[in-house]
Write a protein that binds this ligand. Structure first.
Ligand code: ADP
Ligand code: ADP
Length: 239
């Protein structure tokens, strides 16, 4: 069974704009899918629909066998625990340390929010440290998040998502604010999550070059519709 399934999904915004138009997609476990398309094509709408950050207008979205379309409350939280998010703007707590950012990300999915640093167990801290080692950020554990470069912040966000151990990673324009070299480094770390931890990755990218280099499957969207879906080798020059 697919990890993510979209069945005839349409999203019409309140003002009448069609964000997605009858999208059908099956994304299998362990895939690395890159979504490409021009600004306004519907990439973010697709991401927000999969994580149910908004209601869809028609159709159904199934995550790891569970429909998320009408899920609320506890059921929704349980489904969302399968999904880790990576954002364009990193979404770290700027004035907190790197270690603390990774630790609080880990508990954010659980009902009891541990508000005091000392309440984190030695084991939690060890796991956070190991995740930071995986992205080469272990020497920055006590740096404040806002002292880091953009690429470093994104790698901390990747360590944070790694400790959450989700089945799916949704990365919404993870490299949009980064230069090409740093972007490749961040994509390399997402690839690590995919290959070494078996996480299913869905990433929106502006750059077709990065999409070809890192994607196993490329989905092109235009005006809310899938216009290309296939292997990297046959990707058209433009979508
Ligand atoms: P991007 O193209 O990088 O995805 P946008 O500039 O399209 O970003 O959107 C930024 C934010 O503005 C999003 O949260 C989106 O929901 C919102 N937005 C985009 N277009 C509209 C619109 N026509 N009306 C209201 N909100 C919009
Ligand atoms: P992309 O991420 O590919 O840039 P979006 O998914 O942000 O595209 O937007 C798809 C379409 O939906 C665009 O026409 C955009 O203006 C519109 N849109 C996005 N968010 C909103 C919103 N909150 N309200 C109204 N229209 C929106």
């Amino acid at each position: 069974k697919p990890m993510i399934q979209l069945k005839n999904v349409t999203k019409v915004y309140d003002n009448g704009t069609v964000g997605l138009n009858k999208i059908n997609l099956d994304i299998k476990k362990g895939d690395f899918v890159v979504i490409v398309g021009l600004s306004g094509a519907g990439k973010s709408t697709l991401m927000r629909s999969i994580n149910r950050l908004h209601d869809i207008t028609e159709g159904d979205i199934v995550i790891n066998g569970e429909s998320i379309t009408n899920a609320r409350g506890k059921a929704l939280r349980l489904i969302r625990r399968n999904i880790g998010m990576i954002f364009q703007s990193f979404n770290l707590v700027k004035r907190s340390s790197v270690l603390r950012n990774v630790l609080t990300g880990r508990v954010a999915y659980y009902p009891t929010w541990k508000s005091t640093f000392n309440l984190f167990s030695k084991e939690d801290k060890q796991k956070a440290y190991e995740a930071l080692q995986r992205v080469d950020m272990a020497d920055k554990v006590y740096s404040r998040a806002d002292e880091l470069s953009g690429g470093q912040q994104q790698r901390v966000a990747i360590a944070r998502v790694l400790t959450q151990n989700p089945k799916i990673i949704l990365a919404d324009e993870p490299t949009a604010s980064l230069d090409p070299k740093t972007s490749r480094r961040v994509m390399h770390d997402l690839k690590m999550l995919n290959e070494e931890f078996g996480m299913t990755v869905v990433a929106n990218l502006h750059s077709i070059e990065l999409a070809r280099e890192f994607g196993k499957r490329i989905i092109g969207i235009r005006a809310g519709e899938v216009v290309y879906d296939g292997a990297v080798e046959n990707t058209p020059q433009e979508v």
